[in-house]
Each structure stands twice: as C-alpha cells, then as structure tokens.
Design a protein around this ligand. Structure first.
Ligand code: URA
Length: 234
C-alpha cells in the first residue's frame, strides 16, 4: 500500500504540496472513487486516474490503436495531425510506435515506451508476421504468390524482401503477411510488379489482432497476455 500523495509524486512528478492541491481539486479517482486526502493509502495495482488519464507506478506502458486515415506516425508534423494527438495520457512524448504506418494506411498500431519490447515486435530476426489487407488498382493472378514467396528485389535495397505470404480473396483484394518492415514495403512490392495499392490496413502483428471494438482513432492499453506475446523467449 502507498499513500496517494506519494503515488502522485512518483507518477506525475509533482511535489507533495502540488499533489495535495490536485487532490483537493478532485482531479484524482482511485478505482472510481474521488480521493481528496493525501494520507489515503491505496493498493499499488489500483486504477488511478488523473484528469481521466490512467497512471501507473510500474513503468512501461503498452497500447494498441486503430490508426485512422490521414494521421502520421511521428511526434510532430507540419501538415498532418499525428496519432500521438489522439492519446489522452500523461507523458505522451515518451511513447513511440513499434512499426509505423504510412499516413494513408489504417489499422493496428502498437505504441509503447519500452524500447526492447518494440525492437522484438519489429526486428526481422523475431519472424513476427505483420498481416495487411490490401486493395489493388489492377487484378492479380496466383503468380504473385510465388513471386512474393521468393522475395522481390526492390530498388535501392541490398537484399531481396524476405519470403512473404499471400492469401488471395478476389482479383483485387488479398491478405499479405510480411516478416520485416522496409520503407513503404507493401506499396513498393506491388509497384515492382506493375500494380498499385489503393487501400492498406494492418489487421494483425504476430498473433495479436486489432481489437474490433476500437473505432478508427481509438486506443486501449494492452492486456498482460498481449504484452507477453512479444516478451523475450526464455
Ligand atoms: N507497407 C506500406 O507500404 N505502408 C505501410 O503503411 C505499411 C507497410
């Protein structure tokens, strides 16, 4: 158990005096109850909200977002809103994206402040598949399955792309699973065979699926079991 004012000092970085004022102004709830006195002791695992944003003593944070169209995956951008603008959390500047998506791509985005974890999500060595729904301008034939499985030599890349999996839905729609994340990779792979991606959406990273309850622009914390999918293998 820990005093709520100490908890606020540790998580928000305020002084005891400031914590007392924050509490007096009824800005903090613990498991749904407004707490006004700094002396109240709370469980370290309690759900503590400060102005509606959750706090955590235990360090790293992990979220999934359904990235909307026309948002960029960087902390700042001169011409587009960024996905970080959609996070109602403290210390958003400490978060980063594990596997960015283009401005015109939608779907599963993982956001964290744990660099080692995001490295395991994105490193090709981990063989963690990223599954995309792809809509194309021109029809494809089954031939593309073999081509992408063999690897494509993209311009200004040293190596061919790693073997990718394709599941054709109809002649202009398919699922593509990649095991790496080169710049604009999906679009460049289809461009290299004379086609054009017109819609791109990420459905899954490894076995983690985008939560269908998240509307575009919404996010939620990952569950322990979801975080553990990308923990180091022992
Ligand atoms: N490949 C692309 O071309 N764009 C993305 O956003 C993701 C993968």
């Amino acid at each position: 158990m820990i005093r709520i004012d100490k908890y606020l000092c540790a998580t928000v970085g305020v002084t005891r005096r400031e914590a007392a004022i924050i509490l007096r102004n009824k800005r903090v709830t613990v498991d749904g109850e407004i707490i006004k006195s700094g002396a109240v002791k709370i469980d370290e695992m309690a759900l503590v909200l400060y102005d509606g944003a959750s706090l955590s003593l235990s360090g790293p944070r992990y979220f999934m977002m359904n990235k909307p169209l026309d948002y960029v995956c960087s902390q700042e951008d001169p011409s587009h809103p960024t996905v970080f603008n959609l996070f109602d959390e403290l210390g958003v500047d400490k978060l980063h994206i594990a596997g960015r998506l283009d401005v015109d791509t939608t779907g599963l985005l993982l956001v964290t402040d744990d660099g080692q974890w995001s490295h395991r999500v994105t490193s090709p060595k981990q063989r963690c598949g990223k599954k995309y729904s792809v809509a194309l301008a021109l029809p494809v034939t089954d031939e593309v399955i073999g081509l992408f499985e063999e690897g494509i030599q993209l311009k200004s890349e040293k190596d061919k792309t790693l073997p990718a999996k394709i599941e054709i839905l109809d002649e202009r729609h398919l699922y593509l699973t990649l095991y790496e994340g080169k710049y604009h990779q999906v679009k460049r792979m289809f461009a290299s065979i004379g086609n054009k991606v017109v819609e791109l959406h990420r459905d899954a990273i490894g076995t983690l699926l985008l939560d269908p309850r998240l509307a575009p622009g919404e996010y939620r914390p990952l569950r322990e079991s979801e975080i553990a999918l990308f923990n180091a293998k022992k």
